[in-house]
Each structure stands twice: as structure tokens, then as C-alpha cells.
Design a binder for this molecule. Sequence first.
Ligand code: MSP
Length: 504
Amino acid sequence: MKKYYITTPIYYPSANFHIGHCYTTIIADALARYKRLSGYDVFYQTGTDEHGLKIETKAKEVGLSPKEYVDKIIADAKDLWEKLDISYDYFIRTTDKEHIKSVQQIFKKLYEKGDIYKGEYKGLYCVPCESFWAPNQSSSGKCPDCGRDLTRVSEEAYFFKLSKYQKQLEEHIETHPDFIEPKSRKNEMINNFIKPGLEDLCVSRTSFKWGIPVDFDDKHVIYVWIDALSNYITSLGYPKETESFKKYWPADLQLVGKEIVRFHTIIWPALLMALDLPLPKRVYGHGWLTIDGGKISKSLGNYKDPREYIDAYGVDAVRYFVLREVPFGSDGNFSEEALILRTNNDLCNILGNLLSRTMQMAIKYFDGKITISDKNEKIDNELIITANNLKDSVDKKIEELKVNEALELIFDLFRKCNKYIDETTPWLLSKDEKENKRLETIIYNLLESIRKGSIMLNAFLPQTAKKIFKQLNLEEQSFQDIDKSENYNVGLEKPEILFKRIVK
Ligand code: MSP
């Protein structure tokens, strides 16, 4: 069986998660589900990145130990993922005992190899971003990522020989065009970061305690990026040569927000090279969901708990918005108004309406029992061809990670079905006994198109697909069922409204 290992970043549990965290997680979920339906043995991993000064400080502010503080947020995050139907296979926490041990072993291995050495760190540090910057990276004394003030620091520290891997890294990126995507981010990495020259990286700190100790020099804790990035292999058991490590590594797709592409396409591959491990096949840096065109941030207080939207509009309305609204790779705005508009326009007007019209006609004219017909007219064949080609065209979009376009194709089929109803005018045919077979053919073609569309919808909106199959009185179907011809002569179930129109 072919395998597929897909990851999200591990999120900082410094505050409860917002719709931006849901963004990567929902997209990874849809891709994981799609690959499972395509017959892959999928390993979908997400998790939390729990160490570092920021968490230590936050916990102190509310009088908790760092572990107590993160435990609460992780419980909340897991609840959120459950409500969003996130089908992760593994949730890694960097406070997991096995992860801690593995990271210490990785650190030691690199030290013994000479790729980690002791030196003195002098530079600038951004506390909120937990990132170090060399003086030449910030002439203004402000963090190049978030614009906040940087702090000057100097202390004994361990360094990773990132510079040693510059050539090898450049070569890998050039010879593996899919390694960094989209292309624009690949060019940015090469031109802005690699070509100007890579400096060795500070990988330990002595100024805070909340981290994984270097086991052979325990006044140092391992600085967050080695700890965090290793999660993608420690979860599989590395450095032990476990079955899952052999099976799943290297990852097939690592999804990351654009602000951490740098860490995932420079530091991460260099670490893997130092460990003599293969690199992930593809790292994709996507854009951000914004609110009023800007950052979603706790300190700005500009966001609601995503569960409020789930409770008000349903989980699939939220999933649909995230998957459909923004071209994957670009930034896009999130607002409650836009969520309502999408739900009403696509989920209610196109899909809900189609299902309800078709079901009502089938029940009214044929008591819900519709049999196969083979006498199709030109207009029928056009619809049938669109439905039959849908899987191949969605497959292509998914391969290119154009998730929003994949959904657009599925809804295009539903839109065509509505048009087909308008053009074939079943309500007129129903008045003429002689047109009975023709009428049944039309309804049959609609049911088949809805069935095929719903099979394709499964990965994106699993609950909606389930509800549609139930109404069609069918067991849940998968990709291998798409080409068969279904019979609806057992009778359809009672129609139910899929999505209520939202009036605000
Ligand atoms: N802990 C690091 C990642 C370590 S991975 C080895 C981190 N955590 S984070 O909590 O800041 O999460 C960043 C990720 O959350 C982004 O890369 C992105 O995947 C997701 N998003 C957070 N806010 C987002 C938006 N507003 N829009 C889209 N994705 C966003 O960085």
C-alpha cells in the first residue's frame, strides 16, 4: 500500500487557537482524507510546540506552572479539532516524554559528529516570535517578522553548523523543484536567505528553563527550533528504527504558514542532512487568513472562538469557507459576513437546493423509487460527462494543492445540475403521462450526479456527504464506487434540509 505522511506545524499553545490555526489543520485534514479515500496508508500529524520563554512568561502571569498552563490549552485544542472533524492520526506534544528523550539523543548525535559546537551567542532576540536575528538582519532593532522591539543578548550557547550545509541545500532545492512550493516562496528562500550566506545557528539557551535540557550540559536548554522541528520524526520513533519511521519518513507533504517557510526549508533540511536522513518531498508555504486585512491576534482581540461559528452555522460551513474562499498559497480575509455569504450562496442555494428539489420530485412523481435508464439525450450526456470526469479533474487539482479549485469543480457540477433541472422542466413533463420515462431519466441523472459529487465532497465536508448518502438511502460510498451505476429502486429516505439559510 502506498503511504502518505502529511503534517501541520505544531502550534504554540500560548493562547487558545483561532481560525488561522484551523486553516492549516482543516486543509491538511481534507488532503489526508482525500488520500485515504484514494487508497493511501495515511499518517496525518498535528500537535503543539510547548517550550520556550513565551510560554514560561505567560504561565507565570496567571500563576500556573508552564505544564499546567499548556495542558489546559491542549485540552481545548483537542476539543476544537474534534468539533471540526479533524482526522489526525497522531497528536504530538513537545512535552511528551518520548519526544524529549529523542530530541536529547538528536542533539547529542549532532554534537558528537561535530555539527553542534559550543560558542558565544551575541545578537538580537524577538521574545514574542521566539526568533533570533543577526544584527545584519535587522538594522532598525525591530523584528523583521512582527515589527516589535528586539532584545540584545549575549551568552554561552551551542551552535549548529548550518553554514556547512549551504551548498548541499542549494543543490537540493535546485534539483528538486517540488521541494519548496509555491515557486515564489522557493525564490524568496534562495535569493533572500541562502544566497547571501547561511550563518551557524544558535541552538541552546541558558536564559530560561522551560525547555528540553541538553543532557550532557544541563544549564542549557535546547532552543525551540531543534526541539520543534524534530517533532516530525520523533513522533515516528526516531532515532529508533521503528516500523513507522521506516514506513512513513520522509514526509510527503509538510504544510506551513508563510512565516515559517524559512525554518522548514533551511534549518529543517540542514538538520536532516546532518542526521543523514532523507528530506521531506514537499514543503508548502501557504498564505494567511486575515481579519480586516491584518493579523489575527489575541492582543488585538479581533477574533472569536471558532466554536462560535461551528455552533451558529455548522461545522461544514466553517470547513467549506476555509477550504473554498482563499486560493491556497495567497492571503485572504476572514469575516463572519463572508462566511454567511458563502454558506448561503454555495451550500444552501446550490447544493441544498439541488438535493431538496431532486428528492421532492423523486418522491412526488415516483414515490422515491427511481430505476436506471439508458436512453439519454444530448443534454443528459453533457451532464453525465461532467459528473464522470469530475474525479479526474479533482485529482489533478489536489495533486497541485489547489484545494479551493477542487471544490469549485465539485460545485460546478451541482450548479450544472440545477441548470439541467431548469432546462429539462420536469414539472411540465410530469403533466404528460407519455413523458413518464423521460421524467424518470432526468431524475435518475440528477441522483447519479449528486451521488458522484457527494463522493468527491466526502474529504472536504464529511458530515454533509454522510447526510446526502443517508437521504439517497445508500451506504457511504468511496472513490471505487464512483464509476458504478446505482439503483434507487429501494426508495429514497425522507428529504431533510442540508443547510438552513442564514438570515442576519
Ligand atoms: N510553533 C511554531 C511552529 C513549529 S513547526 C515545527 C509556530 N506556531 S504558531 O502557533 O505560531 O503557528 C503557526 C502556524 O499556524 C502557521 O504556520 C500556520 O500554519 C498557522 N496559522 C496561524 N495563524 C494563521 C493565520 N492567520 N492564517 C493561516 N494560518 C495561520 O509557528
